[in-house]
Design a protein. Sequence first.
Length: 162
Amino acid sequence: KNLLLAFDIYRLQNGENKLLVIGQKKWWDKQTEQIYQNMKFKEEVVFIGQINDDIMVNILASSKALCFVSIFEGFGLPIIEAMQCNVPVITSNTSSMPEIAGNAALIVDPHNISDISNAMFEIDNNPQLYKTLIKRGKQVIQKFKWDNTAKTITDTLLKHAK
């Protein structure tokens, strides 16, 4: 709901991008439908539903940014996927997302529409920030490489086996 509201504000501030929403409308309710129907820029919101991973990577890699402002996530894999594709991330300050994103994302309050729209506007209008987030993202994803994960697990198992 707040993503839709924030996107309308972003567009009112002369934002130029579309909002592409991927996935099922699992949490879509009457209030969300009402918000969507009342949007000034609803024609700039595109729902593409569930897609396969190959298409997802291509879409993500061609995106201006990932706006992942959910309230709760167990891990936040899309954050890492976006960083792997050299795409800046806007994500929530809740649950696991700030820990996963580190300093390589714009961290927003998912309950604060202005926070979200301001972050969209910053990504769109601050080329230095855009480059910095991509650079930092490349550093963050190093923590999540399979080789590093395997080594950490092995080291932990060996340490506790002694």
